[in-house]
Design a protein around this ligand. Sequence first.
Ligand SMILES: Cc1cc2nc3c(=O)[nH]c(=O)nc-3n(C[C@H](O)[C@H](O)[C@H](O)COP(=O)(O)OP(=O)(O)OC[C@H]3O[C@@H](n4cnc5c(N)ncnc54)[C@H](O)[C@@H]3O)c2cc1C
Length: 611
Amino acid sequence: MAKRKTVWEDCDILVVGGGMAGTGAAYEARYWGRDMKIICAEKANIDRSGAVAQGLYAINCYMGMQWDENQPEDHVRYARNDLMGLVREDLAFDMARHVDSAVHKFEEWGLPIMRNEESGRYQREGKWQIMIHGESYKPIVAEAARKSADKIYNRIMITHLLMDEGRENRVGGAVGFNCRTGDYHVFRAKAVIVGAGGASHIFKPRSVGEGMGRTWYAPWSSGSAYALPIEVGAKMTQMENRIVLTRFKDGYGPVGAYFLHLKTYTQNTYGEEYESKWYEHTKAMVGEYIDHTPTPTCLRNHAFIEEVKAGRGPIHMVTMEAFQDPHLEEIGWENFLGMTVGQAVVWASQNIDPKYTNPELTTSEPYVMGSHATCSGAWVSGPEDISPPEYFWGYNRMLTVDGLFGAGDTVGGTAHKFSSGSFTEGRIAAKAAVKYILDMGNEKIQVSNKQCEDLKEIIYKPLENYTVGRNEITSGTVSPSYLLPIQGLQRLEKIMDEYCGGISVNYMTNGNLLKRCIELLGILQEDLEHIGAEDLHQLMRAWELKHRTITSECVAQHTLFREETRWPGYYYRGDHMKLDDDNWHCLTVSRRDPETGEWTMEKAPLYHIVD
Ligand SMILES: Cc1cc2nc3c(=O)[nH]c(=O)nc-3n(C[C@H](O)[C@H](O)[C@H](O)COP(=O)(O)OP(=O)(O)OC[C@H]3O[C@@H](n4cnc5c(N)ncnc54)[C@H](O)[C@@H]3O)c2cc1C
């Protein structure tokens, strides 16, 4: 181990993950922290990393305040409605009031935004979405980050946060390794901003076998955004609020542009409209929420799932009408080619031409994230001017660990940020992090060599497990003394799928299943001490799996705690099949004790700041 080179870096701000939130953070940190040393450590390469790697066809969060199209309050109402009443309205408002300026930056930096020829305004896809030629969206924001940061370290997987030994509950940086060279990297930092994306592959995906790796959310989103803070005792919120997406079958192609712009619609296998059939049934579960406009995403999923369970699947998207118009046909294809090329390839390989065949839709496996139509993530402080006391502890977007900030998928309670809102939140977090550092004055962070050396030992252990254990292999790849990352991943996905409400149980779980889930995850965690990594790539897979497993534990704990079915269509608590506003119109908050691994759960009050 001693042979592995250690690369030391002392800086003011460390940004973990250079996705949408991370690039926004790096950019804004430089604006406020002119003389500060700003470093970004990214697992892949920021030019094509994160959920926007392939590009996007729409920016899903733009108010249009310059044309008085929407106001931030409208967006809070929208997100609150879609999340069945439960969002952090202070955070949502704060993001919404700043998001337009981020989008204007994107355009200034060269992102082509479509214009409505008549009005001259940005071309709307829906009330909140604007259409872009976005294949190069990610390289464009990456360039801004590259020009702002002192250094971008690509190919560094951050595995652990460092803690300040001079003051309790304060972050001191992070460590990780270079997935190509194997070097050990120590970043000592006064403030850390985590923008490490959401979590896919914690539930068994629909695409297995030859389709493995094809998931809706980026397959490399491995829950680091949650595991890193959880391991140092930061509080998390709404982790039960996993998301299930209705998507085109097998390629997970998005449906937003189809519904909103192409005006396509769904029907069951008999060509019937089905959503209205489930109205009374859904009303009995969730009450008046079913009467809200627009219908919350989870409730539309619910009708879909019930219709398929009733034997009237598959559900089709009716494209054959819209695709007769050559302009709409072009948009339909371009939508995938600029964002989810795999869907176009799947259709080509399955002889599906949407002009002549209505393609199938399906509901995905659940994902954990904080920026889409869902709001799992860290419990953070809100902005000084609007947050109630329970939501404010000094610095905007700071977690419950001092000096540790979050943005994008990392931050909980604030749904519907999407790409633009995540970038915006990165900017907000960076501005606050600069202030935090300025307020520290001459105070120094203390991180001992011992802390770093101990972590080094832990990080590379899977390579050692493999080197030793492979001598015991008698045939194939099965060793009596280690498990491989893929084996551990499949075990994790099976546990979460069967016990925590995945696809194979129609998203159903209950208290007893969840208790067993937590036990099995505990056993998996023990076994992960014996994970073996054949090479550096597998070492990355090993750490991704460990991060996914801790994230999963948190999801299971939250799901057990909330004794209601708040979001039918995302998951069901079979022992509490109704929404229960009397007892659960609140946010859930967890903390894992870093010393004992014990979880504590609490309810946090929900404040409605906007009428
Ligand atoms: C298929 C799909 C379609 C979407 N469609 C739209 C759309 O049309 N419009 C829209 O506005 N939004 C869309 N989104 C949502 C948008 O992409 C996300 O909201 C946004 O990317 C979240 O930003 P983030 O920075 O939190 O995560 P990401 O952008 O995913 O960035 C996370 C970064 O962290 C890095 N990372 C992860 N773990 C580590 C680690 N341990 N160490 C170092 N680095 C790490 C990753 O490599 C990545 O670069 C879509 C997303 C997907 C997947």
